[in-house]
Design a protein around this ligand. Structure first.
Ligand code: ADP
Ligand code: MG
Length: 284
C-alpha cells in the first residue's frame, strides 16, 4: 500500500529525513517511534504531500506521489492530481482541528459534500454511521466545545474516514489528551486496525504499538535506526538508541499510569514491557 524509497527532506539546509525507506502492506499497521525531532511528523507530512520531498520516491497503492513520468523524465503533477492523491489518505493530528462552529456530524459531512460531491442525505447517513462506529452516535449534534478531547479526537477520526481513505496516518493522536481519555481513542484505532485499515501511527503509546502494530520502526535523527515485528523490537531492541528511548518512555508512562510499587525495575530489557506502560490506557 505504501512504498517509500530513500526519502529525503531538508528545511533551510538542515536535512531532517536522510533517506527513509518504508514498505507497508495492505491492512498492515506500522508504528513509528522515536524521540522528538527525529522526523516522524515530517515523514507523515511527506506521505500526505503536505511537504514535497527533496529526494527519493513515495508510492501509495502503486501511484507515484506528486510526480509523473513523461518521455523518460519526471514532472511534477498538476495540483488537481495531487489533490486527488491526497484525498485517498486520511490524517489525524495531535490537535483535532475540528470546525468549532459546526456540530460533530457537520464536521464529518463537510469534506464528502464539498470535496467529493456526495449529496447531503447520503453524506449525513454515512457520517452518522461513522459517528456510531467511533461511539459518538448520541453526540452527533454537539459542538466541539461541548465534547471532551477524546470525543473530539474520535470525531476527527470519523471525519478522516468519511473520505473513504485507503490509508490512515496518525500523528501522536493521543498526546494532547488527558491520560484518562487516551484509552477511548486508542480503542477506536484498534478497531480500525482489526477492520483491516492500513495505518501508519506515530505514537509514544508503547503498549498500543506492541499490541496493535504489526511492525514498529524506530527513527532517530532522520534515519531508521531499527525496525521489525512490534513485539520483538519492543521486548528486545537491538540498538542502544532504541533501548534508551524505550526505557525513558516506559519510565515516564509507568510514573503516570501505574500505582507505585507495581513497576518492575528494568523496563523493557527484562521483558516487563507487557506490564506497566500504558496499562491504564491502551492495554485493556
Ligand atoms: N516547517 C519546518 N521548517 C523548519 N524546520 C522544520 C519544519 N518542520 C520540522 N522541522 C524540523 O525538522 C526536524 C524534525 O521535525 P519533526 O518531523 O516534527 O520531528 P518529530 O515529529 O519526530 O518530533 C526538527 O528538527 C524540526 O525542528
Ligand atoms: Mg511530531
Amino acid at each position: 500500500m505504501v512504498r517509500a524509497l530513500n526519502v529525503s527532506k531538508h528545511f533551510h539546509g538542515v536535512e531532517v529525513l536522510k533517506g527513509i525507506d518504508l514498505d507497508v502492506a495492505p491492512g498492515e499497521v506500522v508504528c513509528l517511534l522515536g524521540p522528538s525531532g527525529s522526523g516522524k511528523t515530517t515523514f507523515l507530512r511527506c506521505i500526505n504531500q503536505l511537504e514535497t520531498i527533496d529526494g527519493g520516491r513515495i508510492w501509495v497503492d502503486d501511484d507515484l506521489l506528486g510526480l509523473e513520468e513523461k518521455n523518460g523524465r519526471l514532472h511534477r503533477l498538476h495540483d488537481k492530481r495531487i489533490a486527488k492523491q491526497r484525498r485517498e489518505i486520511g490524517m489525524v493530528f495531535q490537535r483535532f482541528n475540528l470546525f468549532p462552529h459546526k456540530t460533530a456530524i457537520a464536521n464529518v459531512m463537510e469534506a464528502p459534500v464539498q470535496v467529493r460531491g456526495v449529496d447531503k442525505a447520503t453524506a449525513r447517513a454515512e457520517a452518522m454511521a461513522l459517528l456510531e462506529r467511533v461511539g459518538l452516535g448520541e453526540r452527533s449534534h454537539h459542538y466541539p466545545s461541548q465534547l471532551s478531547g477524546g470525543q473530539q479526537q474520535r470525531v476527527a477520526i470519523a471525519r478522516a474516514l468519511a473520505m473513504k481513505p485507503k490509508l490512515m496516518l496518525f500523528d501522536e493522536p493521543t498526546s494532547a489528551l488527558d491520560p484518562e481519555l487516551v484509552g477511548e481513542v486508542l480503542d477506536v484505532m484498534r478497531e480500525l486496525a482489526d477492520d483491516g485499515m492500513t495505518m501508519i501511527v506515530v505514537t509514544h503509546e508503547i503498549a498500543f504499538a506492541r499490541d496493535v502494530a504489526d511492525r514498529v520502526v524506530f527513527m532517530d535523527g532522520g534515519v531508521e535506526v531499527e525496525s521489525g515485528p512490534a513485539r520483538e523490537v519492543i521486548a528486545n531492541p537491538q540498538h542502544e538508541r532504541t533501548k534508551s528511548f524505550l526505557r525513558r518512555i516506559l519510565a515516564e508512562q509507568n510514573e503516570s499510569a501505574v500505582p507505585q510499587g507495581e513497576v518492575a525495575p528494568g523496563g523493557v530489557a527484562s521483558g516487563t514491557a507487557q506490564g506497566g506502560a500504558a496499562q491504564g490506557t491502551a492495554a485493556e
